[in-house]
Design a protein around this ligand. Sequence first.
Ligand SMILES: Nc1ncnc2c1ncn2[C@@H]1O[C@H](COP(=O)(O)OP(=O)(O)O)[C@@H](O)[C@H]1O
Ligand SMILES: [Mg+2]
Length: 234
Amino acid sequence: MLDIRDLTASYGPVKALDGVTFTAPKGKITAVLGANGAGKTTLLRTVSGLIRPDRGSTHLDGRDLARMPAEKMAALGLAHVPEGRGVITELTVDENLRLGALGRADRSQPADFERVYSMFPALNDRRGAIAHVLSGGERQMLVIGRALMAEPRVLLLDEPSLGLAPRIVVQIFDLIKGLTESDGLTVVLVEQNARSALSIADIGVVLNLGRLVAQDEAKALAADEKLRHAYLGF
Ligand SMILES: Nc1ncnc2c1ncn2[C@@H]1O[C@H](COP(=O)(O)OP(=O)(O)O)[C@@H](O)[C@H]1O
Ligand SMILES: [Mg+2]
């Protein structure tokens, strides 16, 4: 489980995250929702050590992640898939996947590739193709697959649905849900697409201007009309 306490972070004078506290339970999907600029990306970047917090802490299964180097976090099982589907377009699908396992002591095993390819048949068909030719949905699958090659216990996903066709979004979300159920993977799913995210999430938190304004079971958030209109845009 990922335990976030009083997390506060700034860009110069701009406070982007202000005293955010919540727990992402093991084997569950926690949706982090809120409008553009609410602080969702900053939250993930702070948890994964890319931004140094002004105050607050993050614990992964009781271990303090503060000031831990990124490779140590990866070894502890934290994987971050940033916004924007950052595949290496000059490399093949296979090579992109292999990069995901570099931090592991045993590197990649053939079985890990097969597992990712069986989850994403669209990638399986294009193992040797350079990533440049992939569609947006395929690139999103590739960055998620690359993160899974590190065998994470906690997966941080930043806007995986952005710009994808609804059918592809459903496919990717179903897969993420499956991983929490089969592997006990803990997922923090950042989304502006609150309706879709709440349909697969177990719990949700809502950010507004860097502050946490609501947290509840996903069903309860989706049923709260006032909250939906004020912060979730549906
Ligand atoms: N690199 C940056 N420099 C300065 N301000 C930033 C930077 N990145 C984000 N911000 C500001 O921090 C706030 C939160 O942004 P962000 O975490 O990207 O929100 P979200 O992901 O919810 O859209 C916004 O006010 C945004 O303008
Ligand atoms: Mg963002």
